[in-house]
Design a protein. Structure first.
Length: 135
């Protein structure tokens, strides 16, 4: 499940030392650090979207819930599970996690949904859902 790298086509452009002209252009596949959106749901309801390097997603979500004040003790988190989500090729994306809260957890109010502290220059963090990212 952890896909911290991905094969992508890249174009490498080398310029002259003075920056005036292109010295060489090469195209090839390379292995790059992956970055993908992660939708966090609480008891089935979409709550936040953030960007992350895939891997250790459950730890990320648990820590995020602690940081946002939803959890204050380990037993307040009943379970974490990946939700079904498929890409254009029909492969499971593992980009949506549902957190099921237990007694003592402080579920965010509807007003707090999607207004979490995540931000990004690209604008993905804080969007409503994975589907909204594709728009």
């Amino acid at each position: 499940m952890a896909r911290s790298t991905a094969r992508r086509r890249v174009v490498r452009v080398r310029i002259d030392a003075d920056g005036e002209g292109v010295h060489a252009v090469s195209r090839r596949e390379d292995v790059l650090a992956a970055e993908e959106p992660l939708e966090i749901r609480i008891d089935g309801s979409s709550w936040a979207v953030t960007m992350r390097t895939p891997g250790d997603d459950f730890d990320l979500v648990a820590g995020f819930l602690v940081g946002e004040g939803v959890l204050t003790a380990p037993d307040q988190l009943r379970s974490l599970r990946y939700c079904a989500g498929r890409n254009a090729e029909g492969e499971q994306t593992y980009n949506v996690i549902d957190a099921h809260l237990g007694a003592g957890a402080v579920p965010p109010s509807d007003a707090a949904a999607r207004h979490s502290t995540t931000t990004s220059a690209c604008g993905i963090c804080g969007t409503e859902s994975i589907e909204a990212v594709a728009k």
